[in-house]
Design a protein around this ligand. Structure first.
Ligand code: C2E
Ligand code: MG
Ligand code: MG
Length: 732
């Protein structure tokens, strides 16, 4: 019945029936008016005609769809009754015959399951009975039988034809649906077909897994209800077009994002693509593919967050920072950038491990955030670099940078370990040119300057820094090449035993034989090498070279030690011990003949790690010297706990001691303290015989200086083998 209603709606069936009635009425009217030999119209015939007309009108106007498809069958007996009575009073068998055939055909077509044979009693009652009861009508007997048979036959044939058509159509639909269901059962997509009758005609079983509904929940649900209650994000026009069956997907934009309510009530992000297949016999509706894109959305949001956030600290990342700065600069606001780089972070990472390093970065980020003004943009640009964009005048930003550096340099407690690092900062302020990226780069340049400077940790950008920075960058790349080309040479400067005048060791001092320039002193490149990490490779070369040379000296120098300067970065390098071991092994130099010189700055960064490393070196039989003593923090306390052998007192003490008695006192005290701690004392930078005499007078053990010997290449060392006496004589 459902299918019947779909194929021929009740209204249409009633209209066809009504048309037949109309034909009957007109035919009846014609016979009433034009009956041969009649004097005037037959009043009964006229009334019957009017009644049939009314019945036809009723057939046309009543809302049959609301009464259901079977309701139009009510027209059948009515029609028969009237026609039959019409015949009774005024027989017009031809008209009636055609009419009956029409009624038969109509019944068969519109009500295929109504057996047309059921019409037979009506025929009998309203057609045959009058014919046989009224004597003068019997001439029509034969043709009425034919009419009856013909109309029943036509009705039955049409009915059967329609039933079988419907059956095959139903089977086709069922198999299509089964196939569709099978195809889409496990699909990630859910397929809907919106029928032209504005219901959900089909929904794939995968709807259960994706959205929690059973097929039964949604199938045949009115489309209007579905679209308005279960879908979010559709425009009024789209809903209208879907309901009207006129929806046409936009060109090139078939998949759109909406939300669909899960059976549990949760809204799920979906992507839907619709295709109007109303004209397609198999689909006969609007085919909609729906895909759950929640996972993709989450991923997209995640990627978005990742693209602009630093996962470790939760601060903005470089990309986001650049975007924000550009935005501020483009708006013409005065923006100051503070660029911060942590000093000594690498050693935390190397010695404490990445976990400790990460933790330190998080704590540093917290401190920066706490100090930064509320509206500042705070970012971690990568590694141990942070940046802040503030709408403050440059001098205020510089004070803020000072405060940040101070806060960052306070000690951190990480898993019960106390860690201390430093920080350098550069400050730049937006100018009329308004280039956000340049502004960040200027702050970076200023930071770089601050890092190289010994005097300050904060530098405000000035354009001259740019060229200095460029020089540095160039120097760095030149240096890299020089290391691989081994453009270096070692000079050695003897250390003289003041009591005997003999020299007990030499300090190796590197020089760069720069092609076209001549010898470049270490002061011009060690800083850059240290800063860029190139010192590790360069230092390895120096170690090997120094050991190789010392091992090759003649037998009478077999007790002479060679001292190698190791810079802070190189000292922290995890490969240092292996590098030293292999330098000793390949040269054959005895470990006792190697002295490693480090400066106090190495100890300041992480005393515990430094102590561990120094002890490891000591275990290898190597001697240790503390270089430039008195220029750094000069805490004598740590000297007590660390395994040093030689205390190298900075040359500034001797310069001042010759002019200022109070400085001589200081020098004397340092020397005595060194002795008390069991250290051999060495004074650097003796340039005059007075200075030599002075330090000898206070019992300093060893001395180095131009007065005794300038640093020179190894093969020249024999020439500078002068005793203190000879020199003193010369001076005298
Ligand atoms: P340093 O280790 O304190 O070396 C002593 C510096 O003082 C040397 O400078 C030496 O030439 C200089 N000097 C020696 N006697 C006198 C003197 O009587 N008067 C004056 N005014 N100076 C004197 P140089 O060779 O230019 O080295 C400078 C610094 O560069 C060194 O200071 C050291 O820190 C570093 N350096 C030198 N060679 C190396 C190296 O192979 N590796 C590392 N990491 N650093 C090195
Ligand atoms: Mg030295
Ligand atoms: Mg020194």
């Amino acid at each position: 019945m459902v299918i019947e209603a779909e194929v021929i709606p009740a209204t249409t069936a009633a209209q066809i029936g009504g048309a037949a009635l109309l034909f009957g009425a007109l035919g009846n009217m014609a016979t009433v008016i034009m009956k041969p030999g009649s004097v005037g119209p037959d009043p009964v015939g006229i009334w019957l005609t009017i009644l049939i007309l009314v019945l036809a009108i009723v057939a046309f106007v009543l809302p049959w769809d609301q009464f259901g498809p079977r309701s139009t069958l009510l027209l059948v007996p009515g029609a028969f009754a009237f026609i039959g009575f019409g015949n009774y009073t005024d027989p017009s068998p031809y008209v009636a015959g055609v009419y009956f055939i029409l009624v038969g055909a109509w019944t068969g077509l519109c009500h295929p399951r109504f057996i047309t044979l059921k019409l037979a009693p009506f025929f009998a009652l309203f057609f045959w009975a009058p014919l046989y009861m009224v004597p003068h009508l019997d001439r029509l007997g034969a043709s009425t039988a034919v009419i009856t048979v013909v109309s029943v036959f036509i009705g039955e044939s049409l009915g059967t034809l329609r039933t079988s058509l419907e059956e095959s159509r139903r089977q086709l639909t069922e198999s299509t649906e089964r196939r569709l269901a099978a195809l889409t059962r496990d699909s990630v997509d859910v397929t809907f077909v919106f029928g032209p009758d504005n219901t959900i005609r089909h929904v794939s079983p995968s709807v259960r897994a994706r959205f929690g509904y059973t097929v039964e929940d949604l199938k045949e649900m009115p489309l209007d209800e579905f679209l308005r209650t279960k879908v979010e994000g559709l425009s009024a026009e789209t809903i209208e077009a879907l309901l009207m069956g006129t929806y046409v997907a936009d060109e090139g934009d078939t998949a759109k994002e909406f939300r669909l309510q899960h059976r549990s009530g949760v809204w799920i992000d979906i992507e839907a693509a619709a295709q109007n297949m109303v004209e397609d016999d198999d689909i006969g509706g609007i085919l909609v593919h729906v895909r759950d894109v929640t996972g993709r959305k989450v991923l997209e949001a995640d990627l978005q967050r990742k693209a602009f956030h630093d996962d470790l600290t939760g601060l903005a990342n470089r990309g986001a920072f650049r975007k924000e700065v550009r935005k501020l600069v483009d708006r013409g606001q005065e923006v100051s950038i503070i660029f911060i780089d942590l000093d000594g972070f690498k050693s935390v990472n190397d010695t404490g491990g990445h976990k400790q390093g990460d933790h330190l970065l998080q704590l540093a980020a917290e401190r920066i955030r706490a100090v930064a003004p509320p509206r500042a943009v705070v970012a971690r640009l990568g590694g141990d670099e942070f940046a802040i964009a503030v709408q403050l005048p440059v001098h205020t930003a510089a004070s803020l940078a000072e405060l940040l550096v101070t806060r960052l340099s306070e000690s951190y407690t990480i898993d019960e370990a106390v860690v201390t690092i430093g920080a350098s900062a550069g400050v730049s302020v937006s100018d009329a040119i308004g280039d956000g990226d340049q502004l960040i780069s200027d702050a970076d340049t200023a930071m770089y300057e601050a890092k190289l400077s010994e005097a300050t940790q904060v530098a405000v950008f000035d354009p001259a820094m740019r060229s200095r920075r460029l020089e540095h960058i160039e120097l760095r790349s030149r240096l890299r090449k020089a290391i691989s080309d081994e453009e270096f040479v070692l000079h050695f400067q003897p250390a003289i035993e003041l009591a005997t005048g003999s020299w007990v060791g030499v300090e190796s001092l590197v020089r760069w034989e720069k092609p076209g320039t001549g010898l470049v002193p270490p002061g011009a490149f060690i800083g850059v090498a240290e800063n860029s990490g190139l010192i590790v490779d360069l230092g390895r070369w120096i170690l090997n070279e120094a050991c190789r040379e010392a091992a090759s000296w003649p037998a009478e120098r077999s007790d002479t030690w060679v001292a190698v300067n190791v810079s802070p970065r190189q000292f922290r390098d995890p490969g240092l011990l292996t590098d030293i071991e292999s330098a000793l092994a390949s040269s054959g130099l005895e470990p006792r003949r190697l002295v490693i010189e480090i400066t106090e700055s190495v100890l300041m960064e992480d005393i515990e790690a430094a102590s561990e490393r120094l002890n490891a070196l000591r275990h290898m039989g190597i001697r240790l010297a503390i270089d430039d003593f008195g220029t750094g923090y000069s805490s004598l306390a740590y000297l007590q706990s660390l395994p040093f052998d030689i205390l190298k007192i900075d040359r500034s003490f001797v310069i001042e001691a010759t002019t200022e008695p109070s400085h001589l006192k200081l020098l004397t005290m340092i020397n005595r303290l060194g002795h008390d701690l069991g250290l051999v004392t060495l004074i650097e930078g003796i340039e005059t015989p007075e200075q030599a005499k002075l330090v000898e007078g206070i019992h300093v053990d060893l001395a180095q200086g131009y007065y005794f010997a300038r640093p020179a290449q190894s093969h020249d060392l024999g020439l500078c083998r002068q005793s203190l006496d000879v020199l003193a004589d010369q001076a005298g």
